[in-house]
Design a protein around this ligand. Sequence first.
Ligand SMILES: CC(C)(COP(=O)(O)OP(=O)(O)OC[C@H]1O[C@@H](n2cnc3c(N)ncnc32)[C@H](O)[C@@H]1OP(=O)(O)O)[C@@H](O)C(=O)NCCC(=O)NCCS
Length: 215
Amino acid sequence: MSSYAPIKVAAYLLRLDGALEDGNYDIALTDADRQRAAEIRSLPQRAAFLAARKALRELLATRLSCPPAEAPIISGPDGKPRLASGNIEFSLSRRDRWCAVALSADAPVGIDVETVRPLAGMDEIVAEFFPPVVRTAFASAAPDQRQIVFFRWWTRIEAAVKASGRGLDFSISCFEGVVYQTCEVVPGLAVAVAVAGEGPVIIDWHIRNLNSYRN
Ligand SMILES: CC(C)(COP(=O)(O)OP(=O)(O)OC[C@H]1O[C@@H](n2cnc3c(N)ncnc32)[C@H](O)[C@@H]1OP(=O)(O)O)[C@@H](O)C(=O)NCCC(=O)NCCS
């Protein structure tokens, strides 16, 4: 039996539909958030950024007992977003109409969500970014399983890279000192959470339409 205290993580998989049409962000966001949004040229991507940012701020605000716009999100030199004060670690990912957020008071976390889809250049990405053990798993997958195997590992790698904050340059060694878990309960979606630390890890998954994610 492990002598380590469990690392607890809350992971939210949020369908953005309602929020994308809502467009009411004034109270939840900061001027810096709006400035970042204005720099996103694609309107659907800008709407997704705003909706996801609002969701992240509201989840953090609940933990910090403050208004959403006052959750002190900053970007470190490595680009990893952090809180300037408060002991909550967090991570965010967006893909199409989905957003994923991980929160933990115990350890740095990373999360990634991807739609399982045809992708050109999978073999080249595997050869360049995936650790050797994963290359073997991908090479031995049946042809009709290759997409799901690819995105299962892609999300684990991205989540691990985000947890450590080291960037994709370290993707080959990204699983060192990291524990990860995958959620594939939504057909066509791959989601992974990674934690920088040693297990055991307890992940509390919440899958919601954004308008009702507090339930
Ligand atoms: C930036 C990166 C951390 C994730 O990018 P992504 O998968 O394209 O996008 P996601 O939506 O999953 O994540 C974006 C979020 O990651 C967070 N993020 C950005 N830089 C980060 C860093 N250095 N560490 C941790 N999190 C970071 C931010 O919260 C960002 O959200 P925001 O734009 O709303 O602020 C990085 O891994 C990257 O550049 N990926 C490119 C994709 C790729 O080539 N993947 C190869 C697969 S192995």
